[in-house]
Design a binder for this molecule. Structure first.
Ligand code: 13P
Length: 253
């Protein structure tokens, strides 16, 4: 059971090691003590060490954007969960729509990656979301169920507490289009039902993602169905990221 908002930044393929280190340093120097918000950042894996070094000893957590299901071996270009642990990462994303869309990752592969990360002791933000045509044709709930099924089926009462779900409608990512508050509420409620149908304890922690910015964040976070946000573009602009943190701190948990 989380007692704070979770604000996670997905830097995607932005900020190489030098820039990422500089950004992390500025972030560390600008941030004030936080009582209501956990702030996590997911740099590109090649930048993660630099960011982890910079943020060591702070409350800010570093993670990865994806992880492989094996601990080591002949998997060119992939990242082992053990390597992430080694550099001080505490979490990873899995199943991001850009992985699904551009790299053909299936929900089964997302489940395998999630399992491996959990086994290594990482927390996991599992990303799900429908495309615009799926929403328009009324398939959103079914698509989310299919994406969740293999992931949730592999969880135990214990590992479930280390999993966070991020609802990111694909059509809202990087487009400036945000889901309506009603759609967010209804979709998060449906995700809770799917969670409960897998006999998992408690309720799911669900983040919203997709064009979150300082103008729209307060009303999204005020929804009781929303426990935080997964942010792309606005997480790599320091002024906007600090503003989002401020909003999370000012919003009742
Ligand atoms: P944007 O905030 O840039 O829309 O990206 C959302 C996202 O994909 C986070 O994982």
């Amino acid at each position: 059971m989380r007692t704070k908002h979770l604000l996670a930044g997905n830097w995607k393929m932005n900020l190489g090691p030098t820039q990422a280190r500089a950004y992390a340093r500025q972030l560390k120097e600008s941030i004030t003590p936080l009582s209501k918000t956990d702030v996590w950042v997911a740099p590109a894996s090649i930048s993660a060490s630099a960011v982890a070094e910079e943020l060591k000893g702070t409350s800010l957590q570093v993670g990865a954007q994806n992880v492989h299901w094996a601990e080591s071996g002949a998997f060119t270009g992939e990242t082992s969960p053990l390597f992430l642990k080694d550099l001080g990462a505490t979490f990873t994303l899995t199943g991001h729509s850009e992985r699904r869309q551009f790299f053909g990752e299936t929900s089964e592969a997302t489940a395998q990656r999630t399992q491996a990360a959990l086994k290594a002791g990482l927390e996991v933000i599992v990303c799900i979301g429908e495309t615009e045509s799926e929403r328009v044709s009324g398939k959103t709930e079914r698509v989310l169920e299919e994406q969740l099924q293999p992931v949730l089926a592999g969880l135990t009462a214990e590992t479930a507490t280390k999993v966070i779900l991020a609802y990111e409608p694909v059509w809202a990512i990087g487009t400036g289009k945000v889901a309506s508050l009603k759609d967010i509420q209804e979709t998060h409620q449906h995700i809770q039902k799917v969670w409960a149908s897998h006999n998992l304890p408690g309720s799911a922690v669900i983040l919203y993602g997709g064009s979150v910015n300082p103008t729209n964040f307060a009303e999204i976070l005020a929804l009781k169905e929303v426990h935080g946000a997964l942010v792309g573009g606005a997480s790599i602009k320091l002024d906007q990221w600090l503003e989002l943190i401020k909003i999370a701190e000012a919003t009742a948990v």
